[in-house]
Design a protein around this ligand. Structure first.
Ligand SMILES: Nc1ncnc2c1ncn2[C@@H]1O[C@H](COP(=O)(O)OP(=O)(O)OP(=O)(O)O)[C@@H](O)[C@H]1O
Length: 595
């Protein structure tokens, strides 16, 4: 089990997507005030740990933090609730409610298409979720069956939309530099493919594709390459499969309009789909059938669709619109949809050249001597999250048993936001000094911490991002000080025989083979075993000596009892002593007589 933040423990992976891995996880302690859901210790949650690639991109980190409030405020029965956001060093993670059940993509693959009624009712619930998020100004932009989880409620499938906000993270210019395409071509709206401005209508297009797939088992536009699929989105009209009832087809067709202004609002889509479901079912009344036939009238477009906010420039540091200090000169219009259209330039005729909407990415991030602005935001977010506690966790220890010790910080306040911030600023204030990162030997870190592992210190310093995104600030590292040149020398040097100082070092003598203990491994109970063996050997030798040197053999051969043998022995000894005494006495008498 791996800790994420100070509050969660990852238990097992649930699945992997393009943007990260989702884990089943457990809450260790109640989350702080920044979390939307405080939770209880022991509660099970799902945590999406975003790919390192995303987490290491300063632009994405910034956006992740900016979207914190958006993500945390989205609550709806058909939206998987985001409970908390974790920013820990190079880890970005979303803590969500755990949904026990398959995603819709897997469900269709395993169980086949749904009936038109079931597909209509399920999509109506997704449209409900979209209506709520659009009303809040949030556009999903990556609607697809894999992002709909099916919770079972009272024997019924309850669809829950997930991954809000992830698309906006994933289409960061930073990421598009490393990937040719971000997004899911089968579900991309024509305006996104072309790099035109997007609104909440892109989600309606996605819902239309999803609905088509639910009733047919496959999306309407397929192809060998992403480019081919996008081309079909732009130029082909979907064909009606024979299994799709007329009213339902009317809805699908309207959702898949090339013109986003013709697509219904999410609210009207939900209403229309419910009317269709009622009118095409076997128990439909004539009035319901009539209403379903006239569903087109219900599908009015959204008079004020929610716009997709533009990505803040192509400055990889993402600072142009966030912070005035580096904002000058940024391209004023970079459509985030361009991310999905970052394709090879050799597209077929008819496809807008996607590179046309991609402003040139500057080769070098803007030069700045000041600390990068995102750095302080990231730091503040960490402070708010109280992530500092995690820094002192020893991963080898069971985090459930050993709770991290919060170091005594100066100016500790009752409110943890202030408390964390002060403590961290002090800490980072020291670390932020250029030239110290990754150069200072661990022994020279501030000593009184409860053994912060070096790996943490390297991973969790904001300069790590800086090194990647602002190389110019670190270009000339100061010459390594003398005091830590020594520890880098190989330890074998202490075995080198002393040489006269001015001479070149003589070839090193071969080291004698290392003396290892006879028993390099510790085997529990081995000492006890040895003692037992020694005692047994002692008993055997003692027994043998008694057998050989005492009259025991004779006694046994004569069949004497124990006390009888003892008595005999004593009388023999007595006789022997008296015999010796007599012999001595007679010898003395004889000698005297002789004189
Ligand atoms: N809240 C959740 N509860 C339970 N399982 C989840 C939860 N969120 C996602 N999963 C599961 O984790 C898997 C991976 O999710 P993820 O969102 O990363 O995949 P994806 O949507 O296929 O990819 P992408 O990130 O490209 O959209 C999915 O198959 C889904 O079943």
């Amino acid at each position: 089990m791996r800790p994420i933040g100070s509050k969660y423990l990852l238990e097992e992976p649930l699945g992997r997507g393009a943007t990260g891995t989702v884990w089943r996880a457990r809450q260790r302690e109640t989350a702080g005030a920044e979390a939307a859901v405080a939770g209880q210790p022991g509660e099970t949650v799902a945590i999406k740990v975003l790919k390192e690639e995303l987490a290491n991109d300063a632009d994405i980190v910034m956006r992740f933090l900016r979207e914190r409030s958006v993500l945390l405020r989205l609550t709806h029965p058909n939206i998987v609730r985001t409970r908390d956001l974790v920013v820990e060093g190079d880890v970005l993670a979303l803590v969500m409610d755990l949904v026990e059940g398959p995603d819709l993509h897997r469900y269709i693959r395993e169980s086949g298409p749904l009936t038109p009624v079931a597909a209509s009712l399920l999509t109506a619930q997704i449209a409900d979720a979209l209506a709520a998020s659009h009303a809040d100004g949030v556009v999903h932009r990556d609607l697809k069956p894999a992002n709909v989880l099916l919770a079972e409620q009272g024997g019924q499938m309850h669809p829950m939309l997930t991954d809000f906000g992830i698309a906006r993270l994933a289409d960061s210019p930073g990421l598009t530099r490393t990937h040719e395409f971000v997004g899911t071509p089968a579900y991309v709206a024509p305006e996104s493919a072309e790099g035109r401005p997007q609104t909440s209508a892109v989600d309606i297009y996605g819902a239309g594709i999803l609905l088509y797939e639910l009733v047919t088992g496959r999306p309407p536009f397929a192809g060998g390459t992403a480019l081919e699929v996008l081309h079909r989105h732009l130029s082909e009209e979907p064909r009606r499969p024979s299994t799709v009832p007329g009213p339902l087809w009317t809805v699908i067709e309207r959702c898949l309009s090339k013109n986003p202004e013709r697509r219904p609002s999410a609210e009207n889509l939900a209403r229309g789909l419910r009317a269709v479901a009622a009118g095409i079912g076997v128990h439909a009344t004539p009035a319901q059938i009539e209403a379903a036939d006239g569903v087109g009238a219900l599908l009015a477009p959204d008079p004020a669709p929610a716009p997709v906010p533009e990505t803040p420039g192509v400055d990889p540091a993402g600072a142009t619109q966030v912070l005035p200090s580096t904002g000058a000169g940024a391209p004023s219009h970079y459509d985030p949809a361009a991310a999905t259209s970052v394709m090879p330039t050799s597209g077929p005729a008819g496809v807008a050249d996607p590179t046309a909407v991609m402003p040139p990415v500057p080769a070098q991030p803007p030069q700045s001597e000041d600390p990068h602005p995102w750095q302080s935001q990231l730091r503040a977010a960490r402070d708010r999250n109280e992530q500092t506690q995690v820094q002192y966790l020893d991963p080898s220890e069971d985090p459930l048993r050993r709770r991290p010790q919060r170091p005594q910080q100066q100016g500790q306040q009752g409110q943890y936001g202030q408390q964390g911030q002060q403590g961290q600023q002090g800490q980072y204030g020291r670390q932020d000094q250029p030239g110290q990162y990754g150069q200072q030997p661990p022994q020279q870190q501030q000593p009184p911490r409860p053994a912060p592992p070096q790996q943490y210190q390297q991973q969790h310093q904001p300069q790590q991002y800086q090194q990647q995104h602002q190389p110019q600030r670190y270009a000339p590292p100061p010459p390594p000080p003398q005091q830590y040149a020594q520890p880098q020398q190989p330890p074998q040097q202490q075995y080198t025989p002393p040489q006269p100082p001015p001479q070149a070092p003589a070839p090193r003598e071969p080291r004698p083979p290392r003396q290892r203990g006879a028993n390099p491994m510790r085997i529990p109970g081995l000492g006890c075993l040895k003692g037992c063996l020694f005692t047994i050997v002692l008993f055997v030798v003692a027994g043998w000596l008694i057998w050989e040197l005492t009259p025991l053999q004779g006694w046994i051969a004569e069949g004497k009892g124990y006390w009888e043998a003892i008595g005999d022995g004593i009388s023999k000894v007595t006789d022997w002593i008296s015999t010796i005494g007599e012999a001595t006495g007679s010898g003395g008498t004889t000698g005297g007589t002789g004189q």
